[in-house]
Write a protein that binds this ligand. Sequence first.
Ligand SMILES: [Zn+2]
Length: 204
Amino acid sequence: LPLCKKCKLHFEGDRCPQCRTLSARASKNFNKALNKPIFFLLAGAAAALIAGRIYPPLDRERILVLAVVLVVAPILAHIVSYARRRKPADPALPKKAYSWSAVSLTALALAVFLNGAGDRLPARNVQAGVLHKYVYRGRGMSYSLAVSSWRPGHNEESLHVSAGTFRRVREGEPVTVEVHAGLLGLPWYGKISPLKANAYPISR
Ligand SMILES: [Zn+2]
C-alpha cells in the first residue's frame, strides 16, 4: 500500500484520504500520460521561434502574446487537474489541452514560415530613425533596435539585428529597412542597414 509521507499513513487508491496528496504511483502515471503532448508542445514552440527568426514579422509582439497563451493554457489545465483535491487525478483534460496547443503552435510556426518563404513580391525599402539600441544578454547576445515606424497607427517598430549591424547604426540616425508584404499579409522585415553606410565607419 502507498504511504503518505506527510501523514505517515498507508492508504488504498490514488490519494491519501486525509490530505488528498497523490500517491507516488498515481503521480507518475499522471505525468507519464503527458510526456508526449508536452514534447510536441515544446517542438511547436521551438518551430515558431525559428520561423520568427528567419522571417521576422513586424507584429512579433502580438504573435508572441498568442504563443505565450498557447503555452500557458495547458500548463494551467495541468496544475488544476493535478491538484483538484476531491477528484481522481485524470490526465485527459491537460492531455487534450497540450495537444491542441501543440497543433496551434505548429500551425502558427507554419504560417509565419510560409508568410516569408512564399512571399514573391519585391521588397520595399523604407527609412526609419533609430530611437534606441538594446542588447539582451541571455544564453547568447541578442541585439535589437527601436526605430520610428513608417506604418500608420504605429509609433515604433522593434527590429532584431545582427551584432555587425548593431555596431554600425547609431541612435538618432536613419536606417534603411527592407520590408516585405508577406504572403499571408503579415509584413516582415529583411536586411537593415545604415542609410549612409560609408559615412559611419565601423567603430570597435
Ligand atoms: Zn496524507
